[in-house]
Design a protein around this ligand. Structure first.
Ligand code: URA
Length: 205
């Protein structure tokens, strides 16, 4: 089966298998595919697994994940009610940024996750995820918290929780942006575009 033929996340995970498509597999302990509700309205996309995620095979379970949980609690959500994925599914050595060829190799799996989950809102956590999804360099301080029409979903970029751990003033910005996310979810507006776009229609890659 091709990734594009997968009808469920379980099938997509089977296509991913014990992936060796890029060199990140050499240093990983566990693949971090994603977790949460397959039918979630809200999909978060982070950058890449870190040490804790690599050990457990789950996204955002380290210090940045604890802040993400707090931010979710602050808007009345649990992580089981959303879906959390990453641009790349394996930990880059020493937590470096994923390389372009690693992101390109993993992108089909992110796109198919988006196709299967069909979120109303896709929230990019941090500049790397936002830039991959928009296919252009994003300046987070200019766009964070805003809602942009995307193909089948609204796109909302926010700062990465790890940035708020490094720079305390970013925490307040993130709290405000999560409050906006809550409002966007409650507004019940239908996202623009086709509900299940093909990757090439998305103009992302
Ligand atoms: N940072 C990310 O971008 N993703 C994770 O899963 C954990 C930390």
């Amino acid at each position: 089966m091709e990734a594009s033929e997968a009808g469920t996340l379980k099938e997509l995970l089977e296509v991913l298998g014990e992936c060796t498509r890029c060199t990140l597999h050499k240093g990983r302990t566990k693949i971090v595919f994603g977790m949460g509700d397959e039918n979630a309205d809200l999909l978060f996309v982070g950058e890449a697994p870190g040490r804790a995620e690599d050990a457990q095979g789950l996204p955002f379970v380290g210090p940045a994940g604890r802040l993400l949980d707090e931010l979710l609690t602050g808007i009345g959500l649990k992580r089981e009610q959303v879906y959390i994925a990453n641009v790349v599914k394996c930990r880059p050595p020493g937590n470096r940024d994923p390389l372009p060829n690693e992101m390109d190799t993993c992108n089909p799996f992110l796109l198919e996750q988006i196709r299967i989950i069909k979120p109303r809102i896709l929230c990019a956590l941090g500049r790397v995820a936002a830039s991959v999804i928009l296919d252009k360099n994003v300046q987070m301080n200019k766009v964070h918290g805003q809602r942009f029409p995307g193909p089948g979903y609204f796109f909302v970029p926010v700062f990465h929780p790890a940035a708020a751990l490094r720079t305390p003033s970013t925490r307040g910005v993130l709290i405000e942006d999560f409050n906006r996310l809550k409002e966007y979810l409650e507004q019940d507006e239908q996202p623009p575009g086709p509900p299940a776009p093909e990757p090439e229609q998305m103009g992302l890659f």
